[in-house]
Design a protein around this ligand. Structure first.
Ligand SMILES: Cc1cc2nc3c(=O)[nH]c(=O)nc-3n(C[C@H](O)[C@H](O)[C@H](O)COP(=O)(O)O)c2cc1C
Length: 198
């Protein structure tokens, strides 16, 4: 297909405009096929990255491990939340994800000691990879998800659970689920608000 094709331009614009974060309360609880997960990860791996250092690592959490991971998230919440901030509903919500989520993909930035790239460049590259996951979901009418930086993302205990080493930083998870239908409505602010010209 020619890159100039107006159909392709329209398709790309529609895919970008219709990209949505879709949350667990909308998931049916059915599991997504592993071929979809592979396609998402393959596209994530095509993201731009400085000096071709591939700073992303992904850890797929599926099957029985999903429940073990959610139990760990709940334990971390119990352990790390001061009593005055404790919210039983939040805890129940996390444990309720066992009936909703299909897969969780831990999003990890990996930097070697002799890495020549600047930290922010690697964070940006991983974010590009995550955007590829978001956009790739458009190809699957019943597959949805979102980037979460909750669920113990910043906890040392979660780092241990995921067997991260000192070169790894957990940047959250891509949470995935099966939906009957996608919500497409967007309420985006006009881009002119965020652009100026020199
Ligand atoms: C770095 C990052 C972290 C995010 N973390 C969370 C999160 O912890 N919980 C959540 O509900 N949404 C999270 N989101 C998703 C945003 O809430 C979502 O992108 C925003 O509501 C806009 O909706 P849209 O993605 O449908 O355009 C995160 C998004 C980004 C980019």
């Amino acid at each position: 297909m020619s890159i100039q094709s107006s159909n392709l331009v329209n398709a790309i614009n529609e895919i970008i405009k219709n990209r949505r974060s879709i949350f667990p309360k909308e998931y049916t609880g059915k599991k997504l096929e592993s071929s979809i997960i592979d396609a998402l990860l393959q596209n994530a791996n095509c993201a731009p990255n400085h000096k071709s250092n591939y700073p992303w690592r992904f850890i797929v959490i599926e099957g029985d491990k999903l429940n073990t991971w959610l139990d760990e998230c709940a334990e971390i919440y119990l352990e790390e939340t001061p009593s005055e901030k404790f919210n039983q509903e939040k805890l129940n919500k996390t444990l309720g994800y066992k009936q909703k989520i299909s897969h969780a993909i831990a999003i990890v930035m990996h930097r070697e000691e002799n890495d020549k790239t600047i930290l922010t460049e690697d964070i940006c590259a991983v974010a590009c990879a995550v955007q590829n996951i978001y956009l790739s979901l458009s190809a699957y009418p019943n597959a949805a998800g979102y980037w979460s930086t909750g669920l113990g993302t910043y906890s040392q205990r979660m780092r241990d659970f995921l067997y991260l080493d000192e070169n790894d930083t957990l940047l959250g998870y891509f949470i995935l689920g099966h939906v009957e239908q996608k919500r497409l409505e967007a309420n985006k602010r006009d881009f002119h608000n965020f652009v100026r010209y020199l």
